[in-house]
Design a protein around this ligand. Structure first.
Ligand SMILES: [Ca+2]
Ligand SMILES: [Ca+2]
Length: 90
């Protein structure tokens, strides 16, 4: 995610009430509590669902977006939908 504007647009696009549980490419696998996007950026997010991230059972290091565009850390092995980032060629 290259900037907050793009990130917000993606969240708005995928965060409808009809789409839930989508991987967003954010994790704290390297250092617990230090959230890093797939592109290596560390832009903070305030989209956490209430009580999240909770690192339940000390085993939640990947972030999914739930309904209403709220984020939750979950086990990285959980099978959910995902989104990809790509450059636009013009
Ligand atoms: Ca974690
Ligand atoms: Ca959680």
């Amino acid at each position: 995610m290259r900037n907050l504007t793009v990130k917000s647009e993606i969240i708005n696009l995928f965060g409808s009430d009809n789409i839930a549980d989508v991987w967003i490419g954010l994790s704290d696998m390297i250092t617990e509590g230090s959230w890093v996007w797939e592109d290596g950026s560390t832009e903070p997010t305030d989209n956490w669902a209430k009580g999240q991230p909770d690192n339940e059972s000390d085993n939640e290091h990947c972030v999914q977006m739930r309904r209403h565009r709220k984020f939750n850390d979950v086990n990285c092995g959980k099978p959910v939908q995902f989104m990809c980032e790509t450059d636009i060629l013009m």
